[in-house]
Design a protein around this ligand. Structure first.
Ligand code: BES
Ligand code: ZN
Ligand code: ZN
Length: 487
């Protein structure tokens, strides 16, 4: 979709459909010729309550009038929702170009939300469906204009870049594992990086093993597909050079069967989504480059399959991680933490002074938080607070969960130093957090468990169920803030 800003009025934007919002206790700021919008409200056909819709025509123009509810409550998230329902109606009535009249006296968060809600709702993953022809595409909304009295081109451009990156992350997540093995993800990342001036280097499975990443290699050894460690470095012009180096670490298990500790068949197909953390890191680094953000970030993505075979790691095997820790692999389905452990150690060796890891790590976090919040665990209150602030700003919500030495006790090993899985199914998200904590040590680190937020989220703007691209907007905000505030 083409997205642009204008200071011309909606009727002069050339769009075939305009969208006008109205808050509780207010009237429309600019009516159509003949007062059609006011009349629609007066008749009761249009209402001011949040997300209520009505359509009218006047003087050759077509308008969707949408209730925005309480002005005081109208934030970025409500803007995303309003834009999503307006886009749904626009598509139903055959609109191909839409102009949103930006409400008066709102912030950039609302302008960004209107763009995001439209682009997220318009997203479809139909690559594998015959019949999603060019013809159908012609009848989709192809252009979006944001009309405001003041220049909103900056927030419109930012939101377009971010949401396009988020939708690319959704494509990666939705692509089935047969078409997105680790090598394809590595090729994709290299190609994207090449286009955006990001430095990309990749380590294949032999190099991973030879470098001493025995935990990562143990997960990879059961599959015929090569594992890849993808390293992306973006060093934007204008960064002070004095900021602590931020590393973003993503779990990209392109398919998680559980390995020898095989998962039940019922929902195993969903484990094509087990690379969504890695996808979020790739697309966040890409978006930072597209935004020309003055930041220096390192993206590390651990890409592998987790499959059973005669060569697979077995329950009871003891492996040596990059930092020398010996790990008893008591459950081969707790593979994400093994991959991340070595990626985190690698990031520390590369000089990372701030860490955020993103991973679909545990079913336990889904039980605890559903799909509303990602679980956040951290060894550093200030760093955690920064990420929580970014979550509040972007609407990609997090809820802090505890670390505790009791949980650390639970992963102490009998034959090796630590185990990757406890026997009791207690606090699984938190013992997973403590496992990663062991490798992060005292480097300020945040762990985001996105197992609940990465796909199948009930939100009006996720009309296409499946991958959400959760984390792209959040990580970009974290990176931009951490370079602009004192450490
Ligand atoms: N990828 C899964 C976590 C997962 C489960 C994500 C369901 C989304 C939905 C992860 O690798 C895993 O299998 N975790 C196990 C850990 C357990 C064996 C300690 C889990 O959570 O059951
Ligand atoms: Zn698993
Ligand atoms: Zn997994």
């Amino acid at each position: 979709m083409q997205v642009e800003a204008t200071t011309a009025g909606p009727l002069d934007s050339g769009a075939d459909t305009i969208v006008v919002g109205v808050f509780d206790g207010e009237d429309v700021a600019h009516d159509l010729p003949g007062g059609a919008l006011g009349a629609l409200l007066a008749s009761g056909e249009a209402q001011r309550k949040f997300k209520h819709l009505a359509v009218t025509h006047s003087g050759g123009a077509r308008a969707i009038l949408i209730g925005l509810g309480d002005r005081g409550k109208f934030d970025g998230e409500r803007a995303r929702e309003a834009a999503a329902v307006a886009h749904r109606r626009a598509r139903e009535i055959g609109a191909t170009s839409v102009c949103w009249e930006v409400p008066h006296h709102v912030g950039d968060d609302v302008v960004e939300g209107l763009v995001q809600g439209t682009l997220l709702h318009a997203y479809r993953f139909d690559r594998y469906k015959p019949g999603s022809s060019d013809d159908a595409r012609d009848r989709q909304v192809q252009s979006l204009v944001l009309s405001a009295h003041h220049d909103v081109s900056d927030p419109v451009r930012t939101a377009t870049i971010l949401t396009t990156a988020q939708n690319r992350a959704r494509d990666l997540g939705n692509t089935p594992a047969n078409d997105l093995p680790p090598s394809a993800l590595a090729d994709y990342a290299k190609e994207l990086a090449g286009r955006l001036g990001i430095e990309a280097t990749v380590l294949g499975e032999t190099a991973i093993r030879e470098a001493g990443m025995g935990a990562f290699a143990a997960v990879a050894q059961g599959s015929h597909e090569q594992a890849w460690l993808i390293r992306l470095e973006y060093n934007g012009a204008g960064n002070s050079g004095g900021d602590p180096l931020l590393a973003l670490v993503g779990k990209a298990v392109t398919f998680d069967s559980g390995g020898i500790s095989l998962k039940p068949a019922g929902t195993m197909h969903e484990m094509k989504f087990d690379m969504c953390g890695g996808a979020a890191v790739i697309e966040a680094v890409a978006a930072l480059a597209e935004l020309k953000a003055p930041v220096h970030v390192l993206g590390l993505i651990g890409a592998t399959e987790n499959l059973p075979s005669g060569a697979a790691v077995k329950p009871g095997d003891i492996i040596r991680a990059l930092d020398g820790t010996t790990v008893e692999v008591n459950n081969t389905d707790a593979e994400g933490r093994l991959v991340l452990a070595d990626c985190i150690s690698y990031a520390r060796r590369e000089g990372a002074q701030r860490l955020v890891d993103v991973a679909t790590l545990t079913g336990g976090i889904v039980v605890a938080l559903g799909s509303t919040y990602a679980g956040l665990m951290s060894n550093d209150d200030d760093w955690a607070a920064r990420v929580e602030e970014s979550a509040g700003r972007t609407g990609e919500l997090v809820w802090r969960m505890p670390l505790h030495h009791d949980y650390a006790e639970m992963i102490k090993g009998r034959y090796g130093q630590i185990v990757n899985s406890t026997t009791k199914r207690e606090a699984t998200a938190l013992t997973a957090g403590e496992f990663l904590h062991h490798f992060a040590g005292d480097v300020p680190w945040v762990h985001l468990d996105i197992a609940g937020t990465a796909w199948d989220v009930r939100r009006s703007y996720f009309a296409d169920k499946g991958a959400t691209g959760y984390g792209v907007r959040l990580l970009v905000d974290v990176a931009r803030q951490s370079s602009s505030e004192p450490g």
